[in-house]
Write a protein that binds this ligand. Structure first.
Ligand code: SAM
Ligand code: SF4
Length: 350
């Protein structure tokens, strides 16, 4: 890696002319906020959580009104894309209230996209309300279509409920992208089946490398599957054509000629994407992480609660952005089995 700020063309940095923007020391415009609205979840995926998790004390968690105020402050400062995640965002009580509140920024044009990442378990109940709030596309995390394996991976999940939720979402008119964490020996032989299933339903599929975040019960070296290997293997059967398609996140896409569908690769380990990072992440306690893979953070809860105006909050955000690091240092191999950071993905939000 080279040292110092990286020069990139303005359009890859997320700048929108005439709009306010936050710029980090490496010239990257921070235009994308991911918010973990709760660290709690109705699943216990093996790569994400230990089965016996200790969650944040409820008294430390921001109210929905406070989350609205915080997110809105970011929108005022130039955030154009907001993704709610978790834990499982749809298990937070009254979450639709927050989504509806935030949708006012879509109506004014300040926000380009309001979206969420979900495990799909509550979509049957909420899909049409999401659509009604201006959510147009969602990411659903699904690592397998095999009920037994689904239970092994999620520990507590019910595949039928998730499949039903996905169909309800599609019927409601939401665009659905499936995110699949590629796990060695667990679901690696299902990638093609998943791809055909997704493309048959008009859904993109994105594959993700497992990242070393938080202590889990197993050994991550056993789970880690480099996507460079997967891509090489797919090329034996499928024609993959690189395409410039972008959704604002870190995935690089190919079009699969035979299916006509899109396949994305999120490769934090085999191909670091930090140079074009436009994101920061907020936890449900108001801690801002400037990088998923680093421990440095800024407390926004204190300035949020210190006054009714947003001056203190705005200065705290500006100061935090000056500390956005160049990138993460994820490694998974026999010498690096432990997590790169101690917090779980469910705290910072995926
Ligand atoms: N509960 C929701 C879900 O599963 O979609 C949202 C939160 S979850 C933490 C967001 C995404 O992070 C999911 O796609 C999940 O598969 C992924 N994820 C969790 N832990 C991960 C890890 N250690 N490495 C890579 N991806 C991970
Ligand atoms: Fe829950 Fe999502 Fe983590 Fe699975 S990946 S345990 S669904 S937060």
């Amino acid at each position: 890696m080279t040292e110092g700020p990286i020069e990139l063309p303005a359009d890859t940095l997320g700048a929108v002319s005439g709009q306010p923007s936050m710029i980090d020391p490496f010239g990257r415009h921070v235009s994308y906020l991911r918010v973990s609205v709760t660290d709690r979840c109705d699943f216990r995926c093996v790569y994400c959580m230990a089965e016996d998790m200790t969650f944040l004390p409820k008294r430390d968690v921001l109210t929905l009104e406070e989350l609205d105020r915080l997110c809105s402050a970011f929108v005022e400062k130039g955030v154009r894309k907001l993704r709610l995640t978790g834990g499982e965002p749809l298990v937070r009580r009254n979450i639709i209230w927050l989504i509806r509140q935030l949708s006012r920024h879509l109506n004014t044009g300040a926000l380009e996209e309001l979206t969420l990442t979900t495990n799909g378990s509550q979509l049957g109940r909420y899909a049409s309300e999401l659509m009604d709030c201006g959510v147009k596309r969602i990411n659903v995390s699904l690592d397998t279509c095999d009920a037994k394996k689904f239970h092994e991976i999620t520990r507590w999940g019910d595949l039928d409920k998730v499949m039903g939720g996905i169909d309800t979402a599609l019927d409601a008119g939401l665009k659905v992208k499936i995110n699949m964490v590629a796990l060695k020996d667990v679901n690696e032989h299902e990638i093609e089946t998943m791809m055909k299933w997704c493309h048959g339903k008009g859904m993109d599929l994105t594959l993700i490398e497992t990242m070393p975040l938080g202590e889990i019960d197993g050994d991550r070296t056993d789970q880690y599957l480099p996507l460079s290997q997967v891509r090489a293997r797919l090329l034996d059967t499928w024609t993959l054509e690189d395409i410039p398609y972008k959704t604002g996140g870190p995935a690089r896409y190919v079009e699969v000629k035979e299916t006509g569908g899109r396949l994305g690769f999120i490769t934090p380990l085999t191909h670091n994407f930090c140079e074009s990072c436009n994101r920061v992440r907020l936890t449900c306690t108001g801690t801002l992480y400037m990088c998923l893979g680093q421990d440095d953070a800024a407390d926004l809860r204190a300035p949020l609660r210190a006054s009714e105006g947003n001056e203190l909050l705005s200065s705290a955000i500006d100061e935090a952005i000056t500390r956005k690091p160049k990138g993460h240092d994820f490694i998974i191999d026999r010498d690096h089995k432990g997590p790169a950071v101690t917090r779980h993905m469910s705290v910072t939000g995926g």
